[in-house]
Design a protein around this ligand. Structure first.
Ligand code: ATP
Length: 513
């Protein structure tokens, strides 16, 4: 299966098994807006809990908040979103499709990188063990030719971005001969700016003064609450504030399922520190966050750091953690050193004193801030795209199994009476269910053959199936089937809780951090 096909199959699987539905589907859906179904909400909640506990429980100096989505309109002036939260748009006149000009150029650059990688792979095959990749990249004429092309376009693109030069964006697109993937033509409009914030009317006044925005990031809720939390929590610098909540962006292009949505959820943490110490904390948080990801066991090779060469005006360091999605390495999380930009601007615009008084040194300063920001939905997509596996079984059969890290699985245990017609079995199975349901998310299923029921649980990623059969009535044991190995084992009912807990308890994950 190609990665493209895999992605389509994954989207269909998400719908079939109640993970994700297009929003308002009975009205043919709403572009780039999705609903989480009965399985999806459980997985999403588990991801959020893993993040929340890792932040607030494992760090004594990090506390959580839950700020409102509606914020005073001046917030977005202070944060720079009113003036600068724009995407460069371009339309193809033939297909009438709209694109982000920066994405078109980045995709083009990505293709050049792919070509270079292919040359390297060819070299690796040809030279075998004696292959030296660094030397090959520095000397192979095909790689060098592509590299020169890449550097030229990349430099022009960086300069255009820094200068907000839209005419140059268009010129690059024309010079590279970039065509619309749908119409195949180069019939492009000029590049224009588009602000990504949704606005709406607040209250009944109906004039301009009542225009407010749906927050495009949760971080500003933290900045405007900073002083309240610092004072009431008697927080000492350095300390962090964490928040999980919805954010809204009127994304121009939204064609990658839950990777880029117009309504999504973020998990953000702002870590306030003394000016001059921010680089240490930036390094610390880069390491911490990568560890958090790798701890899920989804393959260290699927993550990489991408340091930003060009920094936003408010940042003095920035890095993405990228994950290998079915459509390539893409941003999953951002780690930014934001200086005192946000608190400083809120201080200016609100007229309130947001300075910190250091009781030990007697100094006063506006704290610097290091941010970690990850989309819950993107995280969900990493888990699902990594988990989805089609496995060939002996005898020519196959099964679809979601190898979701067990502590994140929506259902932890399925309790299955072997036959639904035998009340002794269903009664005993319900007894087992009642024993387990306080500790674990359980599902009771009695319909269909046991084999079919196993397959259904595999398809939603349930780590354990517990089957009650006639022997169970005599010996007090049940059959426990493992999702990943399909191995079956007889286990006394009294030992079930501990056996399951060892694998699915979220605290085990947290202990490894
Ligand atoms: P991108 O370059 O992909 O548009 P960004 O750099 O604008 O992302 P940030 O503003 O740094 O993203 O947001 C932090 C995180 O929020 C991202 O790393 C991503 O996980 C998530 N995120 C941002 N925009 C969206 C979206 N439209 N849909 C889903 N998640 C998003």
């Amino acid at each position: 299966m190609t990665q493209d096909e895999l992605f389509k199959v994954l989207v269909a699987h998400c719908k079939e098994y109640g993970f994700i539905f297009p929003s308002s589907e009975i009205y043919d859906g709403l572009a780039a807006v999705y609903d989480y179904g009965q399985m999806g909400v459980e997985l999403k909640n588990n991801i959020k809990k893993y993040w929340w506990d890792a932040m607030t429980r494992l760090h004594e100096n990090i506390v959580g908040i839950d700020a409102a989505i509606f914020m005073h309109p001046k917030t977005w002036v202070a944060s720079g979103h009113v003036a600068a939260f724009n995407d460069p748009l371009i339309d193809n006149k033939d297909s009438k499709k709209r694109y982000r000009a920066d994405n078109l150029i980045e995709d083009y650059l990505g293709k050049i990188e792919e070509k270079m990688d292919k040359e390297v792979e060819k070299g690796r095959k040809r030279f075998g063990d004696s292959f030296n990749e660094e030397q090959f990249r520095a000397t192979n004429p095909n790689v060098l030719r592509e590299k020169a092309k890449y550097d030229e376009i990349h430099n022009r693109y960086m300069a255009a971005e820094a200068a907000n030069d839209f005419a140059e964006y268009k010129q690059i697109i024309l010079d590279c001969g970039i065509v619309d993937p749908i119409s195949g033509t180069r019939n492009w409009t000029d590049v224009r700016q588009f602000n990504l914030m949704f606005s709406t009317q607040f209250g009944a006044a109906g004039d301009d003064t009542s225009t407010i925005y749906l927050r495009p990031e949760t971080a500003q809720g933290i900045f405007v609450d900073y002083i309240n939390v610092q004072k009431t929590g008697r927080m000492k610098i350095p300390f962090g504030m964490a928040q999980i909540g919805k954010a809204f962006r009127n994304e121009v292009v939204a064609r990658q399922f839950i990777f880029r949505m117009r309504e999504f959820e973020q998990m953000e943490m702002e870590f306030f520190c003394k000016p001059g110490t921010e680089m240490e904390w930036f390094k610390y948080w880069k390491e911490q966050r990568l560890k958090w990801h790798e701890n899920l066991g989804m393959g260290a090779e699927n993550y990489r750091f991408h340091d930003h060469e060009k920094l936003a005006h408010y940042a003095n360091a920035a890095c993405d953690i990228e994950f290998k999605f079915p459509f390539g390495f893409k941003e999953l999380e951002g780690i930014h050193s934001r200086t005192d930009f946000d608190l400083g601007n809120h201080q200016k615009l609100s007229g309130r004193n947001l300075q910190y008084f250091d009781p030990e040194t007697g100094e006063k300063y506006t704290p610097y801030c290091v941010e970690t920001s990850i989309g819950v939905d993107r995280m969900f997509l990493t888990v699902l795209s990594h988990a989805y596996t089609v496995e060939q079984l002996e005898g020519g059969d196959s099964r679809v199994v979601l190898r979701i890290p067990a502590p994140l699985a929506p259902v932890k245990v399925a309790v299955l009476p072997l036959l639904k017609t035998d009340e002794r079995l269903t009664g005993k199975a319900r007894e087992v269910l009642n024993l387990l349901k306080y500790d674990f998310a359980c599902q009771y299923e009695e319909k269909d053959t046991i084999g079919r029921r196993y397959r259904r649980q595999d398809a939603i990623g349930t780590p354990f199936c517990v089957t009650v059969d006639h022997d169970s009535l005599e010996d007090g044991c049940v059959t426990v089937r493992d999702r990943d190995t399909m191995a079956q084992e007889r286990v006394p009912v009294a030992e079930l809780r501990a056996r399951i807990d060892a694998k699915v308890n979220l605290n085990n994950l947290l202990r490894n951090l």
